[in-house]
Design a protein around this ligand. Structure first.
Ligand code: ZN
Ligand code: ZN
Length: 365
């Protein structure tokens, strides 16, 4: 089935988003029977966007078994909705879920997006369905991968520009702000998430918030950041050395880089998510640092920064083709510092496509 169509004009692909959104709703409609519902009420904002293109903080869409759909939103978004959501009925309503749920006999609702109070207000007995649109979102079409490729390119370019300016005396906060403003100057919608800049001993904290600590000669500096472009989240981490690099720092860096390479090589359609994690983690454990790598190896990226699939020791499930995912091993030594190296890639039958292309050689600034 052709689920997307691109038209090349002047080197830029123009996607027919109407066709793409229609085919996404058709794929959802095809899943309804196995959940014993005749329509799905989609209320999670990111899922409404995926199925209709509308970005709104108050919208819902009802997709029926025949793939027809009704979108409800309030007066703030109604004009945009009428313009963006071609091919579906659009109605203006403040209580977006309450109005739509009555339009189906056996509706399913997104259980993971529904408080008990909201569920009760809906009335009737809609069937809780968990993560059905999230499942559809795992495998990306080429329009999505192109947006992510752009997001990663902006991330690479911002890094190249900012890394050239890092010097002893610059604070973590200043580096974080420089990365973020450079990404926006280059064309990002905004930063994809709050950047991590962790220098010296702060590098031992995987999600350290940038502080006023000035960079010192001899520090390792870990930067984890990314651009948001057209709703898609880039995610990259690099660790650099400032001035000099000591023996233990070089050793740790080489270990994490090898582990990251092993993780990237294990990415393939059909590979078990826990196998990919193990490919990288095994090297770190064998080197005696297993207890200092406390997080999973990676996560899917797309319309959300962290989405299925997750690479971890307790993971289950297999990777598919065209799944954007990060590979980000790290070793964190309390009181001393840490190293993390992270790329965003896409699984492909002929080997993963690397989207973040910044060098993984140890940069000594
Ligand atoms: Zn990251
Ligand atoms: Zn990440």
């Amino acid at each position: 089935m052709t689920v997307f169509q691109g038209l090349i004009t002047a080197g830029r692909t123009v996607w027919d988003m109407t066709v793409i959104h229609e085919s996404r709703r058709a794929r959802l409609a095809a899943l309804l029977a196995e959940h014993d519902v005749d329509a799905m009420l989609v209320t999670r904002g990111v899922n409404v966007r995926y199925l209709t293109g509308l970005v709104s903080s108050n919208a819902a869409v009802l997709v029926r078994g025949d793939a027809s759909a009704v979108l409800a939103t309030d007066s703030r978004y109604i004009e945009t909705a009428r313009r963006v959501c071609s091919g579906i009925e659009v109605i203006e309503q403040r209580d977006v879920a309450g109005g739509l749920v009555k339009m189906a006999e056996r509706p399913g609702i997104e259980a993971h997006d529904m408080s008990v109070a909201r569920y009760r207000r809906l009335g009737g007995e809609p069937t809780p369905v968990d993560g059905i649109v999230e499942l559809l979102r795992v495998v990306k079409d080429e329009s999505e991968i192109e947006a992510l490729r752009t997001a990663c390119d902006l991330t690479d370019r911002a890094f190249a520009d900012v890394v050239a300016t890092i010097a002893p005396g610059m604070t973590e906060k200043r580096i974080a702000r420089a990365l973020e403003s450079r990404m926006v100057e280059l064309g990002a919608d905004k930063p994809a998430f709050d950047s991590v800049v962790a220098s010296g001993p702060n590098g031992a904290v995987p999600h350290h918030s940038p502080s006023d600590r000035p960079i010192e000669r001899g520090d390792l500096v870990t930067m984890d950041f990314g651009a948001l472009y057209d709703g898609y989240h880039a995610d990259m981490t690099r660790t650099v050395a400032v001035g000099t690099v000591s023996g233990w720092q070089r050793e740790l860096y080489d270990l994490v880089r090898e582990a990251q390479r092993a993780g990237r090589r294990a990415l393939a359609p059909g590979a078990g998510t826990e196998e990919v994690d193990a490919a990288a983690r095994g090297l770190i454990t064998d080197a005696g640092y297993g207890e200092h790598f406390g997080h999973g190896l990676g996560h899917g990226v797309g319309l959300e920064l962290h989405e299925d699939p997750f690479l971890s020791p307790s993971g289950a499930g297999r990777l598919e083709d065209r799944v954007p995912i990060t590979v980000e091993p790290g070793v964190y030594l309390p009181g001393r510092g840490g190293v993390r190296i992270e790329d965003t890639l896409v699984t492909r039958a002929d080997g993963p496509e690397l989207l973040t292309r910044t060098t993984k050689e140890l940069l000594v600034l």
